[in-house]
Design a protein around this ligand. Structure first.
Ligand code: NDP
Ligand code: AKG
Length: 437
């Protein structure tokens, strides 16, 4: 038996999001709302629009039954939060992680709305997932779970409604199963229902690396903005998955010295620089980082406090908190993960003069290449990897320049500036459409 229900947007059935176990951190929703309220004071946006944007349009909560390989049945809970679609279909990833809950999905879907607007993509914000540890399931079990999840979400997704994509714990194969299940239900092949698929079924070249590539591009621009040379820059990166590993490999290619990387079990550190190309990514082999040769190992807390030029948290949320923000040794933080910095930590970084380049700009390459994939699916045409990367570079530089000009002209933090760019575009779209409330 499955249960579908549409929760009130603010409803929550679990106390925390996918975070460290630090006790005093806020949920993604609380942080997203505080960030919105703060940034709105710098934007010329109607207060009613701001109030509306604190709430999602809807949150679908579904039960996802799974027959385990041993024949027993377990029922997992899945969610899809659809925050705002004034600029286009809801867009955002599906996360498989034990801490997934309604409140986390709402906060993450709000960040997707701003992210798509900062990048000037014709999408709104969505996010979802299943509260499950994918490492505890076999590949066959993940396939059955994903197919059932696609069936449960069938009525609310689609290429012009809501287009999921990979996030933590999901990948191109997950998207292929989702797309196949949806297409079978609809009776025709519909590649554009999800992005982040393998290229052979309508996926885009370069999507897997894209959030790491954009994080590297924005790091490069930020380092240059602050008058530094990338070849004299040391970098520490928490998380060695789609975002962290790809950012590490590119930054190393471009001359930076990556001194420390981590996975769920901890970090390796070499002050002279690691050979990051040889370290298997989460996708290639999960939990492999600590098996590599390196002079030192560190905990996932210690990597955040290393004396480096740039820190890139690229794993989970709420790792930079009021408890450790004073001890962060980096001169610049670039958010590869979604929501790694709490509201309180942001204030401490601002006071200390440590710039934080926000997630909604830095890791936006993922959704940007998802947009390219959606275009390729509609047009039934595949772009080359070079075309994708050239377009991505150009979209990232446009967004960087839009945000930088707000930073410089209004003396804002990078996060406030990115929000101002996003909010202005969203408010203008609402005004022109006459959508109210
Ligand atoms: N994938 C995408 O398209 C995008 C993802 N993001 C965000 O980036 C972040 C990472 O996502 P993604 O790279 O896709 O995830 P992946 O699942 O590809 O990789 C996650 C990495 O983080 C490590 N990790 C997991 N839990 C912890 C922990 N508690 N402490 C330290 N490291 C941990 C994993 O270790 P191990 O290998 O040992 O499991 C793995 O190396 C998330 O916040 C996600 O929302 C943002 C934009 C786009
Ligand atoms: O590619 C997408 O649609 C969304 C990626 C995502 O979930 C994110 O940027 O956080």
């Amino acid at each position: 038996m499955t249960t579908n229900s549409t929760d009130d947007a603010t409803g929550t059935d679990a106390p925390t999001e996918a975070t460290t176990d630090t006790a005093d951190v806020d949920s993604a929703l609380v942080t997203a709302r505080r960030q919105l309220e703060r940034a709105a004071t710098h934007a010329d946006v109607d207060s009613g629009v701001v109030e509306r944007l604190k709430h999602p349009t809807r949150v679908q909560r579904v039960s996802v039954p799974l027959e385990r390989d041993d024949g027993t049945v377990e029922v997992f809970t899945g969610y899809r939060s659809q925050h705002d679609d004034v600029r286009g279909p809801y867009k955002g990833g599906l996360r498989y992680h034990p801490h997934v809950n309604a409140e986390e999905c709402i906060g993450l879907s709000m960040w997707m709305t701003w992210k798509c607007a900062v990048m000037d993509l014709p999408f709104g914000g969505g996010k979802g997932g299943i509260a499950v540890d994918p490492k505890a399931l076999s590949a066959d079990e993940i396939e059955r779970l994903t197919r059932r999840f696609a069936e449960e979400l069938r009525d609310i997704v689609g290429p012009t409604r809501d287009v999921p994509a990979p996030d933590m714990g999901t990948d191109a194969q997950t998207m292929a199963w989702f797309m196949d299940a949806y297409s079978m239900q609809q009776g025709e092949t519909i590649p554009g229902v999800v992005t982040g698929k393998p290229p052979v079924i309508g996926g885009s070249f370069g999507r897997e690396e894209a959030p790491g590539r954009s994080t590297a591009i924005i790091t490069r621009e930020a380092v240059d903005h602050y008058g530094r040379d990338l070849s004299e820059t040391t970098v520490a990166i928490q998380g060695f998955g789609s975002v962290g590993a790809n950012a590490a490999r590119l930054l190393e290619d471009w001359g930076a010295t990556v001194v420390s990387v981590s996975d769920v079990n901890g970090a390796i550190y070499d002050p002279d620089g690691l050979d990051v190309q040889s370290i298997p990514t989460h996708d290639e082999e999960p939990e492999a980082v600590l098996e590599q040769d390196a002079p030192e190992t560190l905990s996932n807390d210690e990597i955040l406090e290393l004396d480096v030029d740039v820190l890139i948290p690229a794993a989970i949320g709420n790792v930079l908190t009021a408890d450790n923000a004073d001890d962060v040794g980096a001169d610049l933080v670039v958010e590869g993960a979604n929501g790694p910095t709490t509201f309180a930590a942001d204030a401490i970084f601002e006071e200390r003069g440590v710039p934080v380049i926000p997630d909604i700009l830095a890791n936006a390459g993922g959704v940007t290449v998802s947009y390219f994939e959606w275009l390729q699916d509609i047009n039934r045409r595949q772009w080359t990897l070079e075309e994708v990367n050239d377009e991505l570079e150009s979209k990232m530089l446009d967004a960087w320049n839009d945000v930088r000009s707000e930073v410089e002209s209004k003396d804002l933090s990078w996060r406030d500036a990115a929000y101002v760019v996003a909010l202005s575009r969203i408010a203008e779209a609402k005004a022109v459409r006459g959508l109210w409330p």
